[in-house]
Design a protein around this ligand. Structure first.
Ligand code: NDP
Length: 331
């Protein structure tokens, strides 16, 4: 089967398109014939070695990239119940989706409803479930609260805006261009701050009468983190969940005090997707939102599997707005 592998950590030029044997499912596993794979920042971190020693996502080379996909059940291993060949399924947080077939633990698979297209399902699993746990579990937003969402036109950002609005929150967001501001506003953001042009901390102060927001969903990291802390109201929460601009390598506890006795956490999606019920609960909410027309999943581009490097360049180059997918030959 065709697969995109990393043989040595490095840039997108290290992505190797190759033919490898089609794997067989073991006990409790399913072989999925993939139609689409999601492209996520975690793939970049796995490609460049940044996650080589990560507790939740540690990997060694050679590896087949990709942590998200949608397709149909192709074969099931011993002990798998309730899934048969041809069932439409989606998943995330199982490695090897940049390929025509992937082996996935059965408990990580969710059925895709008939009225949800496979590309939408592939697009919403990882970023959608992230938006879900951030707004529903980690910091369950309440009506009347205010939040700041960085990179609001990004994959996670777009879902976050919609879920936060659905919970009745006031949504301030940062974006890298006027075009991205239009995207964020069209999804319900109350404010879209062009953070390359203005000091977003000052704008948040102005917009909240100096009070600050209850929570910052912080995905940009190095370039924004310190100022994000000072966008919080007293005892607010900074959720540092990503680092698109680079890693935050140290935090001075004194900054948390000076920002107003604020809280900080650095969560992993894997710790909020620990059981089949947790996964199907989050995915089920998202699928229902898509079916009812309450949750819009924007696909930035769909690129052939063989051109995965182009997809990585676009993601790292801030050229995407929404989800990037890889397409397999699927008949
Ligand atoms: P996005 O679609 O948000 O893409 C990243 C965006 O970040 C860019 O489009 C850009 O938006 C902004 N950005 C700001 N500075 C930079 C920079 N120097 N280089 C590149 N982009 C920059 O990505 P995702 O939604 O997929 O993921 C966002 C982050 O969240 C990633 O770090 C990812 O690893 C993390 N994540 C964490 C999870 C967790 O559970 N901890 C789960 C899922 C994702 P703009 O032009 O508007 O500034």
């Amino acid at each position: 089967m065709r697969a995109v592998q990393v043989l040595e950590y490095g840039g997108s030029d290290r992505l190797t398109v190759t033919d490898i044997p089609r794997p067989d499912p073991g006990a409790g596993e399913v072989r999925v014939r993939l139609a689409f794979a999601g492209v996520n920042f975690i793939d970049v971190y796995m490609r460049n070695g940044m996650y080589a020693k990560n507790r939740a996502y540690g990997t060694t080379v050679p590896l087949t990239l990709g942590m998200e996909g949608a397709g149909v059940v192709d074969a099931v291993g011993d002990g798998v119940e309730g899934l048969t060949a041809g069932d439409r399924v989606a998943y995330c947080l199982s490695p090897g989706s940049y390929a025509e077939f992937a082996i996935v633990p059965a408990w990580k698979l969710v059925p895709v409803p008939d009225d949800v297209a496979l590309e939408k399902a592939a697009a919403l699993m990882l970023q959608g479930c992230t938006g879900h746990y951030l707004t529903h579990s980690l910091f369950p937003l309440e009506a009347g609260q205010a939040c700041l969402i960085h990179a609001g036109a990004g994959g996670v950002g777009q879902v976050l805006i919609q879920l936060a609005k659905a919970r009745g929150a006031r949504v301030l967001t940062t974006v890298g261009s006027p075009k991205k501001a239009d995207v964020a506003k069209s999804l319900g953001a109350d404010e879209a701050i062009l953070y390359k042009d203005v000091d977003f901390k000052q704008v948040v102060d102005d917009l909240t009468g100096g009070e600050g927001v209850h929570v910052v969903y912080e995905s940009v990291g190095k370039d924004t983190f310190e100022r994000s802390l000072f966008c919080l109201r007293h005892r607010g929460t900074c959720v540092l969940f990503g680092f698109s601009s680079g890693a935050v390598t140290s935090v001075n506890p004194q900054s948390l005090a000076e920002a107003g006795s604020v809280f900080m956490t650095r969560p992993n999606l894997a710790d909020y997707m620990t059981t089949a019920d947790e996964i199907s609960g989050r995915a089920g909410d998202l699928f229902r939102g898509v079916s009812a027309g309450n949750l819009q999943i924007n696909i930035s581009d769909i690129i052939d599997l063989d051109n995965a490097a182009t997809a990585h360049d676009a993601l790292e180059g801030r050229a995407t707005s929404g989800k990037l997918l890889l397409r397999m030959e699927f008949t």
